[in-house]
Design a protein around this ligand. Structure first.
Ligand code: PLP
Length: 384
């Protein structure tokens, strides 16, 4: 028999995040590996979806999503970011931010292209690129504030570079890009005439009074920026698969057509539930989400510091990278497994976010857990 898997098959393995979740379930541990937000889903979101199902909104939607969701997203983007997007033509509702990112890559990039990615990176970004024959080219951010320079971008750009990806606030570093840094990226992308793909899924998880800035709102950036975000994290509905891409109508149509090809549409009644949430939840809801996670960040990072796993305290998102060189083992994976075996707390080896050896010195914890679960994890970690 000469049947075989595709050439791209070896490029896509089970993610280290899922691996650790499986290991964690095996030992009945506390899973701080996967980025699942444990907060309750807002009532209005659930009710909106239930009513939509009962009313019969259970069929395919238009390729770019239900009108009420597109309108609600555009209004929210104007309200919170001062960004103008037309719900007719500039909003594509997608199967999560993941679906938006995949459709964007399919629509705008070709095999052989190069894309600049900041390291530490989110694995789905780099593996998606690699699976499409696109080469991720890395610019490593320098802790503690995860800095980069204009020169570091110039050093990696080539005639094949077609886009730069940023993730603000970032997973796993928790970096919130400042206006000055975004201006460097804007100038760079204009000078080299490349796209900016910006994953803003953690836009509502920003701490210490920092501001989340959408790169598309910088002068001259609207046309070349694809803004990607979603409802998974902010409404705690990671299993609903709802996200969106916002961009110029020319790109939106292409992204929408590829999204249609792969997913047809995002789940219809759930789109209506999310639209209700976006329309009806006020600023106090979003502030509450940020405050709750800032409190958990402080609690968890202080505990890590106490036990000698020095954390990089995040400015946003809900992960912390911690130094695990004090633990036995030669690799981050060995150290993460040691931690799981001795404390019952699962984390992700830093090697999942780095190409080079730095990742072997770090692990990532997710602190978006219900308070009693987080406290239990801290008690267990203190036994180290
Ligand atoms: N983008 C980043 C940076 C993430 O960390 C995650 C989830 O962990 C996602 C996207 C996934 O978003 P969604 O559930 O909307 O596909």
């Amino acid at each position: 028999m000469s049947l075989k898997v595709s050439k791209r098959r070896p490029l896509v393995a089970q993610s280290e995040i899922r691996n650790m979740s499986i290991e964690c379930a095996r030992v009945g541990g506390i899973n701080l590996a996967q980025g699942v937000c444990d907060l309750p889903v807002p009532d209005v979101v659930i009710q909106g979806a239930e009513e939509a199902m009962e009313r019969g909104s259970n069929i395919y939607t238009r390729f770019d999503g239900r009108p009420e969701l597109r309108k609600a997203i555009a209004a929210k983007q104007q309200r919170t970011r001062g960004m103008d997007v037309n719900p007719e033509g500039q909003v594509v509702a997608t199967a999560g931010a993941t679906g938006a990112f995949y459709a964007t890559c399919l629509a705008l990039l070709d095999e052989g292209d190069e894309v600049i990615v900041f390291e530490p990176y989110y694995g789905y970004h780099t593996v998606t690129l690699a699976s499409l024959g696109i080469k991720p080219v890395y610019v490593t951010l320098a802790p503690p504030s995860w800095d980069f320079t204009a020169q570091s971008l110039e050093d990696v750009v080539t005639s094949k570079t077609r886009a730069i990806i940023l993730n603000t606030p970032s997973n796993p570093a928790g970096k919130v890009f400042t206006r000055e840094e975004l201006t460097i990226i804007a100038d760079f992308s204009e000078a080299h005439d490349i796209f900016v793909f910006t994953d803003e899924i953690y836009e509502h998880f920003v701490y210490d009074g920092r501001e989340h800035i959408s790169p598309a709102t910088l002068p001259g950036m609207a046309k070349r920026t694809i803004t990607i975000s979603g409802l998974s994290k902010v409404f705690s509905i990671t299993g609903w698969r709802l996200g969106y891409a916002l961009c110029d109508p020319e790109w939106a149509l292409a992204i929408g057509h590829f999204h249609d090809l792969v997913y047809v549409c995002a789940p219809a009644p759930l789109q209506i539930g999310a639209a209700r949430g976006l329309d009806e939840l006020g600023p106090e809801y979003y502030q509450g989400v940020s405050d709750d996670h800032q409190m958990k960040r402080d609690l968890f990072c202080n505990a890590l510091r106490d036990i000698g796993l020095t954390p990089h305290v995040p400015e946003g998102a809900y992960y912390t990278l911690a130094d695990v060189t004090s633990l036995p083992g030669n690799t981050a994976k060995e150290r993460a497994l040691h931690l799981l075996e001795t404390t019952g707390v699962a984390c992700v080896p830093g090697s999942a976010f780095y190409t080079g050896p730095v990742g072997e010195t770090l692990v990532r914890f997710c602190f978006a857990k219900e308070l009693p679960v987080l406290e239990d994890a801290i008690t267990r970690l203190r036994k180290l």
